[in-house]
Write a protein that binds this ligand. Structure first.
Ligand SMILES: Nc1nc2c(ncn2[C@@H]2O[C@H](COP(=O)(O)OP(=O)(O)OP(=O)(O)O)[C@@H](O)[C@H]2O)c(=O)[nH]1
Ligand SMILES: [Mg+2]
Length: 367
């Protein structure tokens, strides 16, 4: 069950539901956003406080809006669907409405026993200071109440200026996450491989900061090989929707999609082994045979991530913005980057120096 909150959240949730043919509930404080999407199940929240015009990036208004409408939100969800494996809330951390998703998630945790995950759009570094400041406040709160969070770095999903490419970013987000939400939703025996993953496997993998990556290769006339699957696994692991050190994750899940001739025999086994040896120890793997497949695809999910330089960087800017010193924070971060580069150069120079010494002493010996 997908729940969108605020403009970005509603737009992405709407697309996810359409792509997956599942139900979604859209919640916003802005009547225009909801009207533009014409989704079947929408609710204008906080309309008694805010007259339906959004919060104008005011996080505390967004929180009041959700708080006052806890009961109505649950009522709508109950009306739409009674049985689901988990709830996925989608929103932008920087919105006044989307950033208040922690209040919504808090209510969902009280009302349902299923896990609640958050898919969050990170602000880009050139976002308006209020959007950045909202992120500084909302991220921790949302992460604390959710069973797992998927922060999405929009810069990694777009080329060039982010703001002009929101539709393209949304499409990429939907492409990636619809794969994950489809795990365990098999409509015919044809989709069942010899290693089948269920919703339980996903739930047992997810907790804390999580991310996913994706890689595919057209097959042409060639049959897939274990080497190719390992290569795609590496590729997917190096370009997740949140740039991070995947080795700092505590659990992983990998799914291989391809022709049944391959998936039934070798399938995800080499991918799982590679992750186990090179990334983290707890790995679940499965296969989805695709009829008439002309490509092999690999999806990796990493959860319990402890290190993401990108998240740290955006958070530092956001804290600067929240304290009214965004420019100083930006300069500080640039300085950090330069220092790291300088260290790199220094260690390169040291390496070069000892190499030269070796060559010289070798030369003296020969002499
Ligand atoms: N990926 C993506 N980001 C969006 C979209 N719309 C807005 N954003 C980003 O989301 C952040 C602002 O959040 P919104 O979703 O517009 O705000 P909201 O949750 O509706 O909250 P308020 O309008 O402030 O009450 C900014 O970082 C925008 O760049 C979208 O369709 N896709
Ligand atoms: Mg809005």
């Amino acid at each position: 069950m997908v729940v969108g909150a605020g403009r970005a959240g509603c737009r992405i949730a709407h697309e996810l539901a359409r792509r997956l043919k599942i139900e979604a509930v859209l919640l916003d404080t802005d009547e225009l956003t909801l009207r533009a999407l014409q989704h079947r199940h929408s609710l204008l929240v906080g309309d008694r406080l805010l007259d339906g015009n959004g919060t104008g990036r005011d996080l505390s208004m967004g929180r009041d809006a959700f708080d006052g409408d806890r009961y109505r939100v649950v009522e709508v969800i109950d009306r739409v669907k009674k049985v689901f494996d988990c709830l996925v809330v989608v929103s932008a951390y920087g919105g006044g409405t989307g950033g208040a998703a922690d209040v919504l998630i808090d209510e969902l945790k009280r009302s349902y026993s299923e896990p609640v995950y958050h898919l969050g759009i990170l602000p880009d570094e050139d976002a308006e200071p209020r959007v950045l400041a909202n992120f500084a406040q909302s991220f921790r709160r949302i992460a604390e109440v959710s069973d797992a969070v998927f922060p999405v770095d929009v810069a990694s999903l777009s080329r060039g200026r982010v703001q002009t490419q929101l539709n393209a970013v949304n499409r990429r987000v939907v492409e990636c996450f619809s794969r994950l939400l489809r795990v365990g939703e098999y409509s015919s025996p044809e989709e069942l491989g010899s290693r089948v993953l269920g919703a339980r496997d996903v739930i047992n993998t997810l907790s804390g900061v999580s991310t996913l990556g994706f890689a595919a290769r057209e097959l042409g006339k060639d049959a897939p090989t274990p080497e190719l699957v390992v290569e795609l696994t590496k590729q997917a692991s190096s370009s997740p929707v949140l740039p991070c050190r995947v080795e700092s994750a505590s659990r992983a899940l990998v799914v291989v999609y391809g022709p049944r001739k391959y998936t039934d025999f070798v399938g995800s086994i080499p991918a799982r082994l590679w992750i186990e040896e090179n990334v983290c120890a707890e790995v679940r793997g499965g296969d989805v045979p695709v009829r008439g497949a002309e490509r092999v695809e690999v999806m990796v999910v990493y959860s319990g991530i402890a290190e993401s330089e990108r998240l740290r960087y955006l958070y530092a800017l956001a804290k600067g913005a929240a304290e009214g010193r965004l420019q100083a924070a930006k300069l500080g971060e640039r300085l950090r980057l330069l220092e790291a580069k300088a260290e790199e150069v220094a260690s390169l120079a040291k390496g070069l120096h000892s190499l030269l010494e070796e060559v010289e002493s070798g030369g003296r010996r020969e002499g």
